[in-house]
Design a protein around this ligand. Structure first.
Ligand code: DSN
Length: 419
């Protein structure tokens, strides 16, 4: 008998996703084909190992699927080596660090409180517990990455790994500069492009694979695939630190990274998700996807200008990618209150720490918004102006919540999740 309780809840979530406005910068709507592959019989298969080198029988077909996925990803990012098995971005980063570092090694990452990520050395995460983290941040005066402080800390501490990439930074990265610093202190560079990877894949932002030794990403944000992670390199290279594995010293970094994923941090790969990643990468290679990412960027730009017009304080003053971080202190509302009030109007955002925040991470002074999901629904520049108006009405006057919610529920019907 069908589990009606669970499937009714899925239906309820579908209505929530359809009737509201989704502005969480890390979310998107995967295509029906991506979801069909993710929900397919591939979930039944165990396939520890890599295509052609598995620890289970019956892997002939999943080998073909994983190879197809790898080839499409290589083409999308012009990479020479990839691993498509990480279950998430956090798993991908864990695999890279396990492969390239020893416990206690120093790492230098972008401060979580300035827009970085937990897995880049936060003391509450494995990355900050197993390794010795140091951080760089943004400049107080303009909200841009402080490359001078990055260089100073790198020169003083000599980390083995410098991590770039962010969860809430709206500007592009100077990967060349970071590589120069890394070379000067003998460090490797990991770029975690989980957020902007879709824009990078189609040349709309600087290419980290040119300069960073290893690049990780999630597959479900701007890339619009299933929830998951990937690891990539444009150029393989020799094991730089003589790192040992139980098999002895592996000569190539690609072999170290493969073993960092399995058996290092994961068991059996999720072949249904790898199948769904293959579908998403094919979609991302299409002309339609290029139009999509161009529109994501245009929408974010329009939205940020509209916020600025209404005296919202966007960190760094604007955006070059799909998201923006807004300091709400001049609006006399915390991030937590904004998230709750907007949520009641069916506008989903997330509260977010802003650089040099005076509130706790649970309350925060800011909110983060992104345009990846709403652009998938076909929204364009004029719609961004309308959304900022909805947000502003709720933020300035809680008495508007109910009226805004009704208008949004009706308006959102014009934008189906899938065409
Ligand atoms: N939770 C992701 C985000 O929202 O950016 C990062 O892991």
């Amino acid at each position: 008998m069908r589990d009606t309780k669970l499937f009714d809840l899925i239906e309820k979530e579908k209505i929530r996703q359809t009737e509201g406005i989704e502005l969480i910068a890390s979310e998107n709507y995967a295509s029906e084909d991506v979801m069909a592959a993710a929900g397919s019989i591939l979930t039944n298969k165990y396939a520890e190992g890599l295509p052609g080198k598995r620890y289970y029988g019956g892997c002939v077909v999943v080998d073909e699927i994983e190879d197809l996925c790898r080839e499409r990803l290589k083409k999308l990012f012009d990479a020479s080596w990839v691993n498509v098995q990480p279950h998430s971005g956090a798993q991908a980063n864990a695999a890279v660090m396990l492969a390239l570092l020893n416990p206690g090694d120093k790492i230098l990452g972008f401060d979580l409180a300035h827009g970085g990520h937990l897995t880049h050395g936060s003391p509450v995460n494995y990355s900050g517990k197993i390794y010795r983290p140091f951080f760089y941040g943004v400049k107080k005066e303009d909200g841009y990455i402080d490359y001078d402080s990055l260089e100073k800390t790198a020169t003083k501490e000599k980390p083995k790994l410098i991590i770039c990439g962010a969860s809430s930074y709206s500007r592009d990265w100077d990967y060349k500069k970071i590589r120069e610093v890394a070379d000067s202190v003998g460090a490797l560079v990991l770029a975690d492009i989980a957020h902007p990877s879709g824009l990078i894949s189609r040349g709309l932002l600087n290419d980290p694979l040119d300069y960073c030794h290893v690049v990780t990403s999630t597959t479900h944000k701007t890339l619009r695939g299933p929830r998951g992670g990937i690891i990539m390199m444009r150029n393989d290279f020799e094991n730089p630190f003589g790192i040992k594995t139980p098999k002895g010293i592996l000569r190539k970094v690609s072999s170290l990274l493969d073993s960092g994923v399995f058996p290092g941090t994961q068991g059996g790969p999720l072949e249904h998700i790898i199948g769904a990643k293959a579908v998403a990468f094919k979609e991302a290679l299409s002309d339609k996807y290029l139009e999509y990412v161009v529109q994501v960027k245009k929408n974010a730009n329009t939205m940020s200008k509209e916020f600025v017009k209404r005296d919202y304080n966007i960190i760094s003053g604007g955006t070059e990618n799909h998201l923006m971080l807004i300091d709400l202190r001049n609006k006399n509302i915390t991030g937590k209150e904004a998230e709750e009030n907007l949520g009641m109007a069916d506008i989903t955002i997330n509260k977010n720490m802003v650089p040099f925040d005076t509130e706790s991470p649970f309350v925060t002074s800011g909110m983060r918004v992104g345009t990846a999901a709403i652009t998938t629904r076909g929204m364009e520049e004029d719609d961004m102006k309308k959304i900022v108006d909805f947000i502003d009405r709720v933020i300035c006057d809680t008495g508007e919540i109910e009226a805004v919610r009704k208008e949004i529920n009706e308006w959102a019907n014009n934008f189906p999740l899938h065409k």
